[in-house]
Design a protein around this ligand. Structure first.
Ligand SMILES: Cc1ncc(COP(=O)(O)O)c(C=O)c1O
Length: 353
């Protein structure tokens, strides 16, 4: 029996950008790369060409390593930047800390030193809360500062803020890793090329998210400073992130970054978030404390309103205690989706008050 369509293709949620399907231009690219045989494990012509595509964005020192997913990208890259006795410093809200099921610890034995950051952003002062005891045998050596752009709470660092973090970390003998699961959304918000807050800011290595920006699957680890990263090729395999049919990951990234698709899709997702923000920000009963700078909104609602809304639209409760929820838009969210959701929010807030 041929596969049947088992879902409503018009139904869109506000839970995560990875609820979305695949951008048609990416699906078409996969078909282009299909047929015939290509050498496996990354020695194919698409992966070879991808180096050029990434160097066009990030400069001649960039080396790209396609992987399956964002957790894998973080774990492989961080492992390659750290010794067994090292630790990384990150925000408490960092994906590596709260959303990877302990993968950095379980899969790579990494020690995480966290600091509270309400807006998800580290600063040199916050880093200093954990960056000490480099020669103390009783303490894991802080070796890497790990930040996310955009952050897990939807905020963006300016290029200058990342430059200040890199200068500070490098001055302490530490390296800088950037989790770029939503790198494109930050570039769209800031109106600068992605290299402005990676290569030009002094970041040593970063991940670039594809899945959240319309790929079927696939993320990339990008090494900018080869001296800061050891053994990526080997650790990618050891960490089960080496795709044998890599051409199909690489060609997706070519579709995304070889054209302006990365920016079109991210700008659209961000614009849909701003549309929702404008529609709901002043409704009685809603509180939005965190800056809305990328493709997500964090709102505090009365529990009754959240409960009623979640029966109508999928989205996640971020913090059960405070009642904060997260709404996220993606490349395929439409204005009509946003308007219907905003109307439902207004109705359920009115009913709950
Ligand atoms: C900031 C950030 N980093 C990494 C990831 C990991 O992505 P994956 O689910 O592909 O492992 C996510 C996914 O939500 C994320 O939000």
């Amino acid at each position: 029996m041929t596969p049947q369509r088992r879902h409503d293709p018009e139904l869109r949620a506000f839970a995560s950008d990875n609820y979305a399907g695949v951008h048609p231009e990416v699906l078409a690219a996969i078909a282009v790369a299909n047929g015939g045989h290509q050498v496996s494990y990354g020695e194919d012509v698409y992966t070879e060409h991808l180096q050029e595509v990434f160097r066009g964005h990030f400069g001649p020192s960039a080396e790209v390593f396609p992987v399956f997913n964002g957790t894998g990208a973080n774990v492989v890259a961080l492992q390659a930047m750290m010794d067994r006795r090292d630790a990384l410093v990150c925000a408490e809200s960092a994906h590596v800390n709260v959303d990877e099921g302990g993968a950095p610890e379980v899969m790579a034995g990494l020690k995480l030193l966290t600091v509270p950051a309400w807006d998800g952003k580290l600063t040199p002062e916050l880093i200093d809360r954990q960056a000490y005891g480099f020669d103390n045998e009783h303490r894991a050596r802080p070796a890497v500062v790990s930040i996310a752009q955009s952050t897990e709470v939807g905020t963006c660092y300016t290029p200058e803020e990342i430059r200040a973090i890199c200068d500070h970390a490098h001055g302490l003998g530490m390296k800088v890793y950037l989790d770029g699961a939503r790198l494109a959304n930050a570039a769209a918000t800031l109106g600068v090329p992605m290299r402005a807050f990676t290569t030009d800011a002094g970041v040593d290595a970063f991940s670039l998210g594809g899945t959240k920006n319309g790929l079927l699957f696939g993320e990339a680890v990008v090494v900018l400073n080869p001296e800061a990263v050891q053994g990526m090729r080997y650790l990618r395999k050891t960490s089960m992130q080496l795709a044998s049919k890599m051409r199909f990951v690489s060609v997706q990234f070519e579709a995304l970054l070889g054209t302006d698709l990365w920016l079109r899709s991210a700008s659209h997702a961000n614009a849909m978030t701003q549309r929702l923000f404008t529609a709901v920000r002043d409704l009685p009963g809603i509180r939005i404390d965190r800056p809305v700078q990328a493709n997500q909104i964090f709102a505090v609602l009365p529990p009754a309103a959240t409960e009623a809304l979640q029966k109508r639209f999928r989205f996640y409760t971020w913090d059960v205690q405070s009642g904060e929820v997260r709404w996220m838009t993606s490349f395929d969210t439409t204005e009509a989706d946003v308007d219907a959701f905003a109307a439902a929010i207004a109705e359920e807030l009115a009913a709950a008050l």
